[in-house]
Write a protein that binds this ligand. Structure first.
Ligand code: SF4
Ligand code: SF4
Length: 287
């Protein structure tokens, strides 16, 4: 089963919740960081890295000796990654999505293939127990979905019997939607502040059409107001855990330590949350 931990905005505590779930999960679990723009789950779980794989995408390389400047490729490309101006043709690899359309359509066989590096996938083991997979986008690379697809295609094969915990990108854009697409349960982490509330409502609106069970974790509970709770009640969303707004929690987090290990009460709280989510995933998805 797959549990995706998401949030309407960054900084809500999504990653610290994912790390705490990983160390309290009832049974084998794999931790996957799909927040490829800014992966930081490893800062908490501190896996020993055993492998780094470079992920590339195929982009066109034009042989101008063969090109007849017919423009078929430029007219096909929806991403304006290839352009023909008179007797000149240019490619823009950073804008290419690697669909291969231009290569297939070129009547002169003038388009070959080269590659562009998207980023890397790191694999490791935390605490000699928890397999960790991290997608890390190359600095300057704009397109995260192809790298995320690569990570997702491998995680199922490599997880074996283990459940999968996904640390999803924040927000509701394409990467966030793609990160939760395979999940059996979506955990939405929010905070009861005006910004937290607003972005949380956007996330609920975006994820609801997916038809997946959703559960809410309120971080920094005690800060702000009650609007998050009111919205959850209105939408029938269960608030499955609260993390109190406390100085010692903030200090623990700032040291890169796992919140569930701060004290016995938090450990029990995350243990209960893990069991609740596992039950929800069993009921709502495929165990
Ligand atoms: S489709 Fe082929 S021949 Fe036509 S402009 Fe593009 S590269 Fe040149
Ligand atoms: S591979 Fe696809 S996205 Fe890239 S330039 Fe060709 S048509 Fe455009």
């Amino acid at each position: 089963m797959i549990v995706a931990v998401a949030s309407g905005k960054g900084g809500t505590g999504k990653t610290t919740v994912t790390a705490s779930l990983a160390v309290t999960w009832p049974g084998p679990v794999m931790a996957v960081d799909l927040d490829v723009d800014e992966p930081n789950l490893h800062l908490f779980l501190k896996p020993d890295i055993s492998g780094i794989e470079t992920v590339t995408i195929e982009v066109p390389e034009v042989d101008e000796e063969k090109c007849t400047y017919c423009r078929a490729c430029a007219e096909l490309c929806q991403f304006k990654a290839i352009a023909v101006m008179g007797k000149a043709i240019m490619t823009f690899p950073e804008m290419c999505h690697g669909c291969g359309g231009c290569m297939a359509i070129c009547p002169a066989g003038a388009i070959g293939v080269t590659t562009r590096e998207l980023g890397v996938v790191e694999r490791g083991l935390a605490r000699d127990l928890i397999p960790c997979v991290t997608g890390r986008l190359r600095i300057g690379e704009a397109m995260s979905p192809p790298l995320m697809r690569h990570v997702r295609s491998h995680m199922r094969a490599e997880a074996g019997d283990a459940d999968i915990l996904i640390d999803a990108p924040p927000g509701v854009s394409c990467p966030a939607m793609s990160a939760v697409a395979d999940s059996d349960v979506i955990v939405l982490v929010t905070e009861p502040t005006p910004f937290g509330y607003y972005d949380f409502t956007l996330a609920v609106e975006a994820f609801t059409p997916l038809g997946k069970p959703m559960a809410v974790v309120v971080n920094r509970a005690g800060l702000g107001d009650e609007r998050v709770y009111g919205f959850c009640a209105e939408r029938g969303l269960p608030v499955v855990a609260e993390i109190p707004y406390r100085r010692d929690i903030a200090e623990h987090y700032s040291k890169g330590l796992v919140l569930a290990e701060l004290d016995g009460e938090l450990s029990a709280r995350f243990g209960a949350l893990s069991r609740t989510l596992k039950e929800m995933a069993k009921e709502g998805g495929h165990a």
